[in-house]
Design a protein. Structure first.
Length: 295
């Protein structure tokens, strides 16, 4: 398959209601927040995980669409597969590379061809088992920034109880146990992303078929990720700017500025997506760029 020919930028708007979109393990799993402004944050890693999970769900490890970074699969197991396919000893990879100058490229090509998330996001494919097992470093064409809420959020700590007691000794002394969980009553988040056709052509081979799957995964990334903490999360908008050329026809920041998200008049405390108005100044889209609203 040929790699994509066009550069893209995109804006994702997603929201959460009475849930925790991305807990911070350094803060007792409290929703991530900018302490200076009160705006909520969601990391790029969090969204990439959901995109990977969606692709794994719909493709079920079919050829060319496996996932490299996944639960329960050590990275060096996949790295060793590449060595076996090329026909080299993974435990003596350093010596093998001295004998074959093209070995790095062969290993990289195998990983890109077989793992969707490497073609998409790139990866550092180096593990240290009996020396360095190094399948290379790939810079992916698709990059996401941190998501930030449109308005400041106010996380709430909710006290919960349960009747199931942990130990026999505790059961003799009490009938319930206490716990806590954090929620955001409502938050609308904005994420900005980039897709480089240049990197796709030179490095990973990210194709138009991969791109279609990526858009599908973005739109549906919360549909198979529901839990008590993320019961009501949804992608509300996917706004895509498609350039006519590989290197692009306009600066990314100028395109992002065309997407405006504002509270509707009279709304002081937003509690739903209907409290916002999303506009794209399509008359100001530069020549050579097309704006698509995909969700």
């Amino acid at each position: 398959m040929e790699s994509i020919k066009n550069r893209y930028e995109f804006v994702i708007l997603f929201d959460v209601e009475n849930g925790n979109p991305n807990g911070d393990p350094d803060a007792g799993n409290m929703p991530r927040i900018d302490p200076e402004t009160g705006y909520g944050l969601v990391t790029d890693v969090c969204l990439k995980r959901k995109i990977r999970n969606y692709v794994e769900t719909v493709k079920e490890d079919s050829k060319g669409y496996r996932i490299y970074v996944k639960d329960g699969v050590p990275l060096n197991r996949s790295d060793r597969e590449a060595c076996d396919w090329v026909g080299v000893n993974a435990d003596k990879l350093k010596e093998e590379k001295k004998r074959d100058a093209t070995l790095d490229e062969k290993l990289r090509d195998f990983m890109c061809a077989n793992f969707f998330d490497i073609r998409c996001f790139g990866a550092v494919m180096t593990t240290f088992v009996k020396g360095a097992l190094n399948c290379g470093q790939v810079r992916g064409p698709v990059q996401l920034g941190f998501s930030r809420s449109i308005d400041p959020i106010l996380p709430q700590e909710v006290t919960i109880t349960r009747t199931a007691i942990t130990t026999e000794a505790d059961a003799e002394k009490k009938d319930t146990e206490m716990g806590r969980k954090y929620i955001v009553p409502y938050g609308l988040y904005r994420c900005e992303g980039y897709i480089s056709a240049n990197l796709a052509r030179k490095t990973t081979g990210f194709s138009d078929e991969d791109l279609d799957l990526f858009w599908e995964a973005v739109i549906n990334m919360f549909e198979h990720d529901h839990s008590a903490a993320r019961g009501k999360m949804a992608v509300r908008e996917l706004i895509v700017f498609r350039h006519e050329s590989e290197l692009g026809n306009a600066p990314a920041h100028k395109l992002f500025e065309l997407v405006r998200v504002e509270r509707k008049p009279g709304v002081s405390v937003p509690r739903s997506y209907a409290d916002y108005e999303v506009t794209v100044e399509e008359t100001k889209v530069p020549q050579g760029v097309t704006c698509l609203r995909m969700a």
